[in-house]
Write a protein that binds this ligand. Structure first.
Ligand SMILES: C[S@@+](CC[C@H](N)C(=O)[O-])C[C@H]1O[C@@H](n2cnc3c(N)ncnc32)[C@H](O)[C@@H]1O
Length: 201
């Protein structure tokens, strides 16, 4: 089976199906994700900007405070168009591949149901671009207790499960520490809040 990059798997017809599923699962997906960002923002009022990679059709920023500067990045042009259409015009949405995205920074960088869509040979590189964009990172990942990360070849798009060994190694390399990790049975992903070591806020 040909395994596609997830952003290419999302044709117009497929996106219609996926977006419906994302909306139906909102209480335990986009609302859960936005809730994690909002909790952090509440506790850290000095954070004023959020950068989201793989923002999809812009469901998360709908639930973030308008006072926060938000930039969403997605490689799928249709997603970016839909995100712009449903959000306030003060929100910024960029059509870009994270692999070649111009350097950006924010108080908080986030990615939900996104980091699992990169093959293992490039995963560490993508993770570096992601984690270095801000001192605080909030993201979801499907995790395995197995010693190695796993590529799921049964899906028509790239999908990986990351080992704790790999994630901990990458966090160590980039001088990050896990502040919290919560597993969701519903999504079978863990939501992590990570910080640059010695970051004050
Ligand atoms: C499963 S969706 C998640 C959407 C959103 N985060 C949410 O939870 O509603 C993954 C998103 O990542 C985007 N994506 C995949 N590969 C990408 C890449 N290389 N650069 C930027 N976005 C990418 C896809 O187009 C898709 O919109």
């Amino acid at each position: 089976m040909e395994v596609k990059d997830y952003s290419e798997f999302l044709t117009a017809a497929q996106l219609k199906i996926e977006e419906q599923a994302w909306k139906e699962s909102a209480p335990y997906s986009s609302l859960w994700y936005a809730g994690a960002v909002n909790t952090y923002l509440l506790e850290h009022p000095e954070c004023h900007s959020v950068l989201e990679f793989g923002c999809g059709t812009g469901l998360v920023p709908l639930h973030l405070p308008m006072a926060v500067q938000y930039v969403g990045v997605d490689k799928n042009k249709l997603c970016v168009e839909r995100a712009r259409a449903k959000n306030d015009h003060s929100r910024t949405f960029l059509w870009s591949d994270i692999r070649v995205c111009p350097y950006m920074s924010a108080s908080i960088v986030c990615a939900f149901a996104f980091l699992k869509h990169f093959q293992l040979h490039e995963w560490n590189t993508v993770f570096r671009i992601f984690i270095e964009a801000a001192p605080v990172a909030i993201f979801t990942l499907p995790m395995t207790d197995a010693p190695r990360s796993v590529e799921d070849n049964t899906k028509p798009f790239t999908h990986v499960t990351i080992s704790h060994t790999r994630l901990n190694g990458q966090l160590e390399l980039h001088n990050r520490v896990i502040e919290s990790a919560r597993y969701s049975k519903k999504t079978q992903e863990t939501i992590f809040v990570c910080k640059k070591r010695d970051h004050r806020s």
